[in-house]
Design a protein around this ligand. Structure first.
Ligand code: NAP
Length: 313
């Protein structure tokens, strides 16, 4: 039987999580009128949230996440509300500390984090980014205790990942991408993987995870010369450039798997990603939709990381 749990899932696996099998379940779920598989992150995330709820009944400790929401950025408020909803659905608890821009200072945020670090009933701390201008996110984030860094952004956790160790929390978005691939039985080992984007929260950790799982990895960024010639070498293409419609048919080898991490709001309020989806349907072998692809997986992995922090103690 195929082992669906790669090494990076060993810590969550120890506390009872399993990577759901969507390979057979979703065999016939295709983008309409094409042979391109739709990688349904939303449904997979729901499955993981259900696992959280089931496991929660067996554990005496209720995982608890403290969220620091500084400023009035509307998108951040929506993201935090979505996280709160998912945690409630799993039977986990959250407390959000809302600090208006006028009252935010770096020292106030660090003081709040230090108080949360000292509380044994807080298992995870999330600082919603971006922080208001003038506040250094790296200074604030580095105040979080590494064992409560459920976003996996700290040097201690990113460093472990760079060493090929999975001892700390993994950054939620790339972690979600890897679980999505594993769940659909898309093997990474020996494949050419190209990541577009080198940010510390998505591109870089995605490249490290793909590398750890045996892919030959190339990372592209804004200085890459002739992007299509590089992305066309990919069997697995992970796009996290934050540029609406950047990637089209000319960038993608026929039959490649394309993971679209980008999120953009259209004038009509609908969402879209970094890929021109209509060009890739019928060309890629599998594709994540936006919305309903990577976004929900990011939240699901935050739950898994918080449960791991609470139950591995
Ligand atoms: P970011 O920090 O702005 O990084 C973007 C990266 O893309 C940079 O490395 C940049 O290169 C590269 N890039 C920009 N334009 C490019 C181009 N034309 N060709 C090649 N590379 C290019 O963004 P991020 O935080 O990684 O996020 C990326 C996207 O993912 C955004 O749309 C964001 O909203 C979305 N996102 C989604 C989720 C989710 O849960 N779905 C989570 C996080 C982020 P340089 O380094 O050279 O500037």
């Amino acid at each position: 039987m195929k082992n669906r749990s790669p090494d990076f899932f060993s810590k969550p696996a120890r506390i009872g999580f399993q990577i759901p099998d969507f390979e057979k379940l979703d065999k016939d779920i295709l983008f309409p009128g094409s042979s391109t598989r739709k990688l349904r992150g939303k449904e997979l995330a729901n499955e993981l949230i259900l696992q959280c709820a089931t496991l929660s009944k067996k554990h005496p400790l209720r995982p608890h996440l403290a969220v620091v929401l500084a400023g009035e950025d509307p998108a951040s408020h929506v993201y935090v509300a979505n996280k709160e909803k998912a945690f409630a659905k799993a039977g986990f608890s959250t407390e959000t500390f809302r600090i208006p821009s006028a009252e935010v200072t770096q020292s106030r945020l660090i003081q709040l984090i230090e108080t949360l670090n000292a509380k044994p009933d807080v298992h995870g701390i999330l600082v919603q980014l971006p922080l208001p201008s003038g506040i250094s996110s790296s200074n604030v984030l580095s105040a979080i205790s590494p064992s409560k860094d459920v976003d996996g952004f700290l040097k201690e956790n990113m460093g472990a990942l760079a060493l090929g160790e999975f001892s700390g929390a993994l950054p939620c978005t790339p972690f979600g991408v890897m679980v999505l691939l594993a769940s659909y039985g898309i093997s990474v080992e020996g494949k050419n993987a190209v990541v577009v984007g080198r940010s510390n929260i998505v591109g870089k950790p995605a490249a490290l995870l793909l590398l750890s799982c045996g892919a030959t990895v190339t990372v592209c960024h804004s200085r890459t010369v002739d992007l299509p010639s590089v992305t066309k070498t990919a069997d697995i293409l992970v796009v996290a450039a934050g540029k609406k419609g950047l990637i089209g048919k000319e960038h993608v080898k026929a039959g490649a798997v394309v993971i679209d991490v980008g999120v953009h709001r259209n004038p009509d309020n609908t969402l879209c990603g970094d890929c021109r989806v209509e060009e890739l349907i019928g060309h890629a072998s599998a594709l994540t939709p936006v919305p309903g692809g990577v976004g929900p997986m990011t939240i699901a992995m935050l739950l898994v990381n918080t449960a791991s922090a609470a139950w591995s103690e």
